[in-house]
Design a protein around this ligand. Structure first.
Ligand SMILES: Cc1ncc(COP(=O)(O)O)c(C=O)c1O
Length: 446
């Protein structure tokens, strides 16, 4: 493969003096969950990050095209975020909601100001799985119904309730966990029954939600949960109108609508601050994690005062949720997104890259589909464009090739057939062009 120069950076990484990668791998094998998986035949060990770049232990620099799995939203070690965390770390690291604390209150006000409609009550947790667990509880308490509709090809977390609404066999352990959960057909234009060429596809896919309500539930449901763009499922963008029609069916059956914004929130989709807005809907409950904290363990559930009222029946408490340090970080992340116009940057560069991906698709037969919104872009690989047989090995090889060329990417889809690109939103046009040149070379060498 021909080498491609990474755009220059002024950041000088420190010399790494820690244990060698082989030693870390040995410790990991001996003392960590044996079910963990690693990307790359020769695992990458990342020891430093600055904005859109990371460095491995040998000093090699990469463009971070996955941002710690769609989590580093504003840039690794962004100075404003680091300063907010450091300042708070020196004064008070922890208290809980049994005392007044300014950070959590001010952060909740700022976060709520970003939400449309009556979505203004914030619950802080530590992860996306916890946020979805709480959202499902709220839906069930508020409606007094139990059944929930989720989507096939969804990922909502690794705890019991997250696993229940997730719909990829790879993430579901063989224990009872999905009682009362029904999975509707994924509105997946490339693989589903209604393609990109069907202007009515959104409504048609949503009909399956209605059908499930009628055939698989008592006719009344607690709610519907969907990512606004499927993340782990391979950045599947729904056809226009899908969520609007699905929400209508759900609300007619007494249910509430939960938008899982764990990957799609905070301006990443470019045109809107929240992914659900790209579908023209307002949910009743929104769950947040990942990019909300730029890497800090922070998650949130935001809902309406009416739904929140049901949570006063009992005490609901979370020791670390909204702790002073993560609240300072969360607020700083919002400030950076605003000051640096990162949503506009996502739109500008996402549009530029998607146009480049279309050109790559015309040139490389292994590409079946390119798609995405803003800086959430996917390339689905196939062995054959006519049969659409998933190109798992092709995708894995592109990932390996890109790594050699200095670009880290993600994988998604049931078969690991889709490349996912979701970098920190601070990337530049030079980074975008580097990405396209690397992809061209990496795909051409498969
Ligand atoms: C859409 C979505 N929801 C929920 C989760 C679970 O988040 P966490 O890993 O923080 O529990 C994830 C994680 O990948 C996700 O992508």
């Amino acid at each position: 493969m021909k080498a491609i120069a990474l755009p220059p950076t002024t950041h000088e990484p420190q010399t790494y003096n820690g244990p060698p990668a082989e030693e870390v791998l040995r410790l990991r094998r001996e003392y960590l969950n044996p079910g963990l998986f690693l990307y790359y035949k020769r695992p990458v060990m990342i020891v430093e990050g600055k904005m859109q770049y990371v460095w491995d232990h040998t000093g090699k620099r990469y463009l971070d095209g996955l941002g710690g799995i769609v989590t580093v939203s504003v840039g690794h070690c962004h100075p404003h975020v680091v300063e907010a965390a450091n300042r708070q770390n020196q004064v008070l690291q922890h208290s809980t909601t049994i005392y007044l604390q300014p950070n959590i209150a001010q952060y909740a006000e700022k976060l709520a100001s970003k939400m449309p409609g009556d979505l203004k009550v914030c619950y802080f947790v530590n992860s996306g799985s916890e946020a979805n667990d709480l959202a499902l509880l709220m839906a069930r308490l508020y409606t007094s119904n139990y059944d929930v509709i989720a989507l096939r090809n969804a990922y909502h977390g690794g705890n019991a309730s997250g696993m229940a609404v997730t719909a990829h066999s790879s993430w579901k352990f063989n224990t009872p966990h999905s009682f009362g959960v029904h999975h509707a057909v994924a509105p997946y234009p490339y693989r589903g029954a209604y393609g990109h060429d069907d202007p009515d596809a959104g409504r048609k896919y949503a009909d399956d939600v209605k059908s499930l309500i009628d055939y698989a539930t008592p006719g009344k449901i607690a709610g519907f949960i969907a990512e606004s763009i499927q993340g782990v499922g391979g950045f599947v963008v729904y056809p226009d109108g899908y969520l609007m029609h699905a929400y209508e069916h759900v609300r007619a059956a007494g249910g509430v609508c939960i938008a899982d914004e764990v990957q799609t929130g905070f301006g990443r989709t470019g045109t809107h601050f929240w992914g659900f807005e790209t579908q023209g809907v307002i949910p009743d409950i929104v769950t947040l994690a990942k990019g909300i904290g730029n890497g800090a363990p922070l998650g949130a559930v935001i809902t309406t005062p009416k739904i929140a009222a049901v949570m006063t029946q009992k005490v609901h408490f979370n020791t670390f949720g909204g702790n002073p340090v993560v609240s300072a970080i969360g607020k700083a992340v919002l400030e950076v997104i605003e000051r640096e116009n990162l949503q506009a940057n996502s739109l500008k560069l996402g549009t530029h890259i998607l146009a480049g991906l279309q050109k790559l698709k015309a040139r490389h037969k292994v590409i079946g589909d390119v798609r995405g919104q803003g800086l959430m872009l996917g390339i689905e690989f196939v062995k054959d464009q006519a049969t659409k047989q998933p190109g798992r090995e092709e995708c894995a090889q592109v990932l390996e090739n890109a790594r050699e060329l200095g670009l880290l990417l993600g994988k998604g889809g049931l078969w690991g057939q889709t490349i996912r690109f979701a970098p920190p939103m601070c990337i530049t046009e030079q980074d975008a062009d580097f990405l396209l040149a690397v992809l061209d070379e990496a795909i051409g060498s498969v």
